[in-house]
Design a protein around this ligand. Structure first.
Ligand SMILES: [Zn+2]
Length: 123
């Protein structure tokens, strides 16, 4: 069953919280992101149309927490811009169970594919 609005909103809040947490540790981004927290979920979603720049992404990918922040940011971006693809495994196309999304809101693939991806080299 596709996610309903309430579930998407709940996941959006989880992602927001996760991003704040990660951003607080990556100081460079905490200052820049603080102001968008104020208006709450929907306003933030509307204004945050611009995802990270390539340079920011490259910088973030250099650290584990940065990688997670990028994943969270991309998940928020999908949630906003292509909600139909959010929560769908990008490898096999099955809907990712909501319980998994609650645990890992930035998940891009189902558990089976994720396990496959992690055991493959180069990912
Ligand atoms: Zn899958």
């Amino acid at each position: 069953m596709p996610l309903d609005n309430g579930q998407r909103e709940a996941l959006g809040r989880l992602l927001e919280r996760e991003r704040s947490r990660l951003a607080a540790r990556l100081q460079r981004f905490s200052a820049q992101r603080d102001d968008v927290e104020v208006g709450g979920f929907s306003q933030h979603m509307a204004e945050d149309a611009s995802a990270l720049t390539e340079r920011e992404t490259a910088y973030l990918l250099a650290s584990e927490e940065g990688r997670r922040l990028v994943a969270v940011d991309q998940a928020l971006d999908r949630l906003l811009h292509s909600p139909e693809s959010f929560g769908v495994c990008e490898h096999c196309g099955v809907e990712i169970p909501y319980a998994r999304l609650e645990a890992v809101p930035a998940a891009r693939s189902c558990l089976e594919c994720q396990t496959g991806v992690e055991s493959r080299s180069g990912w």
